[in-house]
Design a protein around this ligand. Structure first.
Ligand SMILES: [Zn+2]
Length: 58
């Protein structure tokens, strides 16, 4: 039940809407080195990256 993977490794973020057409029919898309999503409506595949959080480091 625990889903402990290596710490610090980015995990796939949940996406609920296609950023291009807004459709909700998204399925996981996996390439050789990319985890992402494929939109069932416009057939675009994309990945989502977390660039920052609200935590300040300094
Ligand atoms: Zn789409």
């Amino acid at each position: 039940m625990s889903e402990d993977s290596s710490g610090g490794r980015q995990r796939q973020l949940p996406v609920f809407h296609c950023p291009y057409c807004g459709d909700e029919e998204l399925t996981p898309y996996e390439d050789d080195s990319t985890d992402g999503w494929r939109c069932g409506a416009c057939l675009r595949a994309f990945s989502v990256r977390l660039l920052a959080t609200g935590v300040q480091q300094g």
